[in-house]
Design a protein. Sequence first.
Length: 557
Amino acid sequence: MSDPEIKTPSNFIKQIIDEDLKQGKNEGRVHTRFPPEPNGYLHIGHAKSICLNFGIAARYNGACNLRFDDTNPEKEEQEYVDSIKKDVRWLGFSWDEREYFASDYFDKFYEFAIKLIEDGKAFVCDLDAGQMREYRGTLKEPGTESPFKNRSVAENLDLFTRMKNGEFPDGSKTLRAKIDMSSGNINMRDPVIYRIQRASHHRTGDAWCIYPMYDYAHCVSDSLEGITHSLCTLEFEDHRPLYDWYLDQLEIYHSRQYEFARLNLSYTMVSKRKLLLLVKEGHVSGWDDPRMPTLSGLRRRGYPPEAIIDFCERIGLAKADSTVDIAMLEFSVRDFLNRHALRVMGVINPLKVVITNYPENAMDELDAINNPENPDAGTRKVPFSRELYIERDDFMEEPPKKFFRLAPGREVRLRYAFFITCNEAVKDEMGNITELRCTYDPETRGGDAPDGRKVKATLHWVSAQHAVKAEIRRYEHLFTKENPEEGGDFQSNINPDSLTVLNECFIEPSIKGSSSGQTYQFERLGYFCVDPDSAAEKIVFNRTVTLKDTWKKIQQK
């Protein structure tokens, strides 16, 4: 299914590193990091960063750290730390012994802040958050210097020490850098380095009541770890001068920051704050709801990690933000599963069929192919009996001209089995069809007629006596708009039909004993994954993707 028309994407980061190595920079080292904040579950956008940082390190025989940016204790939890590590491992990457936390460096951050004060590069400010916004200025107007900017070094050291010791209430003071309130880059207008925040930290407990800001902690962490290439998304481009300023003033190892476009997908939202809102307000069942763009949600839905990596490689790296059609992600999923998923037959909207000329209490075992794309997958036995289920949509009492499936008096092929002919449609008192009476041709075993006659349709089916009952959860896009934020309120664009649950479904018995996460192709219906909610009395399947490949059609236009 691979599409030869999809061109190999460019990767400007590789070009930068190639040039660095050519010039002998960083002693020939390549050292990256993946620095998630443990305030939520990772999503598909993080997958791009994971693949980039770990992939770059592997490409150049370098190293990649996993570093948790845990500088905001009010939003961070151990649950998120554990989920992040699970997701990175699931994608197939390892950080070996290089697991770090920004909180590992709290003492160092404090020491470096003292140095900035001693060098006259930082001061303690008494402006509150509202006043600071007023003083900051606008994109067109310069800011105004804080009235506390000219405090002496001794006074700043004393106040900062007392901030650390918990003598002042939250929000009453900050430590700020002395840079330039008239800078055209607002990030350089005397940014906050530390704030007072009494919140118990998931690792350090109540040892600290002051916490560093991201811009300060991030670059210093990069330096302490010897990161050569600090790869960030484009929203940090305007923060790069501040990144460089801190490292220059502290006179420590100077890592280099490079920015790339974040991953935006159609019909998908990747704001952790808004995803958390979806969870808290019950729009989804949790972070791992298969409709969520989280890696745990995609895993539960049946997306293979190999497909996500393939997708990230296909989209490449760009320097400008754009939106990728979600059909491209589904293409990678479908392409992988087509080659690897076992085939089974399942009926999700059943209509009973009785083969009137087939012996009662008899059974045939028929050979079925496990995966036509993989000869090594072999075959399986599928039971055939007098009573079967077919899809209700595969029968019409009064078919239109181009309907070639089952109808009164019409002969069709049952996949791997026999030709059958419909003789009668049995109805209930309301006129609803409840059962079809058919006959079969025993000479057509295996699905071919010895006399060479042809039929125009092949239907999938299951033996009613041997079928396994299943619940099928069919998923559509969580949002009705390509841009979920259209109209300014993403909640108004939530798709009320994003989940349909079908309880009376039947699957062939070969799926008995399937483990959670196992994915199959239900012939003619799509790809389905065993959900953790499954129980002995009923297996639950999530629809992973349909068989329809919309991305390939887009490519062919």
